[in-house]
Design a binder for this molecule. Structure first.
Ligand code: NAD
Length: 381
């Protein structure tokens, strides 16, 4: 079986779907890797390294698309216009694996159904123990949480750690993290390592222990969040009255923070508005907000996707593809996730779609011209 990896063409996307180290791992599964020349360069993986590990370099993307499987970092709904190159050369029956925003952009998935390819969405990998090593949302969120703190630290006109120097004592920066999932927990850990005083809030009460174990202070809000978690461990969408109370109760914490990092997401939904323009106005001058939910509407009223907003003396950034800012390690984690995902499906060098397997069933979104996932079908209805 042949797998192709193309150069990512989405603006600003510097990651690559496989690294050179993944090539021999796939060879053991009976898979040959075709890689478009230059595909890994921006992530720090030159062509020569792929070649040394046994991959075949291909000049022409159309030739690479003759492979049985195409691996992409961004596919379908995540690939905007650049999907055209792939769609115009990919024949029916081929398999595409990548992140494709199936719940956010269900229409793009419907469009792909018409091509006759089979499409796997890596975002839909179930959060079960067996699939942890394949979980691209977690690996990329880890990078995002780390990078968000570094961006905040460079924007802030203050240092993060407390320092007692001959030139006087500097107080530690105060960082407030909203949403303590994978990205939020990494943000807490990174900000603590830099010496900041960190507090955090999440609607899921189970997060308290995790926040505290990283040296953060869990913010108590007088609000009933007992029904905030679904069976899968994700946050449920709450009603507008809940969010109104939450915003009001958090405004004081926001006002007391130099940096606010927001990561609060509801899978497949618009992100809840948690930090109002009024709350931003209360922050100390020079404050920084990094809104990691900007792609889905944002947690902060003032954030704009991929824009630098400066209001009331506060800088607000809403990066939508922050993992691509650390493309080497992001690709290393992504490539390892993808190899584990493939290893689960490949038997004797062939990819078997065993729909009895929860991982295969949940991630296969398009097959034989049909959308095969109920959640996507119902969001189109
Ligand atoms: P996510 O990116 O979907 O959301 C980020 C965080 O925002 C979540 O912790 C969520 O509870 C929080 N949030 C939502 N609304 C909020 C609000 N109004 N106020 C404050 N916080 C709010 O989350 P994620 O990082 O993907 O993690 C979601 C769940 O999946 C967690 O329970 C996590 O432990 C679990 N998980 C399991 C596995 C596994 O078992 N393989 C892997 C990764 C994550």
């Amino acid at each position: 079986m042949k797998i192709a990896v193309l150069k990512e063409r989405y603006p600003g996307e510097r990651r690559v779907a496989l690294t050179p180290a993944n090539v021999p791992q796939l060879a053991k599964l009976g898979i040959e890797v075709l890689i478009e020349r230059g595909a890994g360069v921006e992530a720090g993986f030159p062509d020569k390294q792929y070649e040394e590990k046994g991959a075949v370099l291909v000049e022409d993307p159309a030739a690479a698309l003759q492979a049985d499987v195409l691996l992409q970092v961004r596919s379908a709904g995540m690939d905007a216009d650049n999907g055209e190159l792939v769609r115009s050369h990919l024949q029916a029956g081929k398999i595409v694996i990548g992140s494709c925003d199936p719940l956010g952009k269900p229409q793009a998935i419907a469009d792909w159904a018409g091509t006759g390819v089979s499409l796997f969405s890596l975002e839909l990998i179930p959060r079960i123990t067996r699939a942890q090593s394949m979980d691209v949302l977690s690996s990329q969120a880890t990078i995002a949480g780390y990078r968000a703190v570094l961006e905040a630290a460079t924007e802030l006109p203050k240092l993060f750690p407390m320092m007692m120097t001959a030139a006087g004592t500097l107080t530690a920066a105060k960082v407030f993290v909203i949403g303590a999932g994978v990205a939020g927990l990494q943000a807490i850990a990174t900000a603590r390592k830099l010496g900041a005083i960190v507090s955090a809030y999440d609607v899921r009460p189970a997060c308290r222990e995790q926040v505290e174990s990283l040296g953060g202070k869990f913010v108590e809000l007088e609000i009933d969040a007992t029904s905030s978690e679904d069976k899968g461990g994700y946050a449920k969408a709450m009603d507008e009255e809940f969010y109104r109370k939450q915003r009001a109760l958090m405004a004081d914490v926001v006002a007391g923070s130099d940096v606010v990092i927001t990561t609060a997401a509801i899978p497949g939904r618009k992100s809840p508005l948690l930090v109002t323009a009024e709350a931003v106005r209360g922050m100390p001058a020079g404050g920084v907000i990094i809104d990691l939910a900007a792609e889905r509407g944002g947690n902060c009223e003032l954030s704009q996707p991929d824009q630098r907003v400066h209001e009331h003396g506060i800088t607000i950034l809403g990066p939508t593809n922050i993992a691509a800012e650390i493309p080497n390690h992001a690709s290393q984690m992504l490539g390892n996730n993808v190899v584990k995902f493939l290893a689960n499906m490949v038997k004797e060098g062939r990819l078997e779609m065993n729909l009895e397997d929860e991982i295969v069933r949940d991630t296969l979104v398009v097959h034989k011209g049909e959308i095969t996932n109920d959640r996507i079908r119902s969001s189109l209805a």
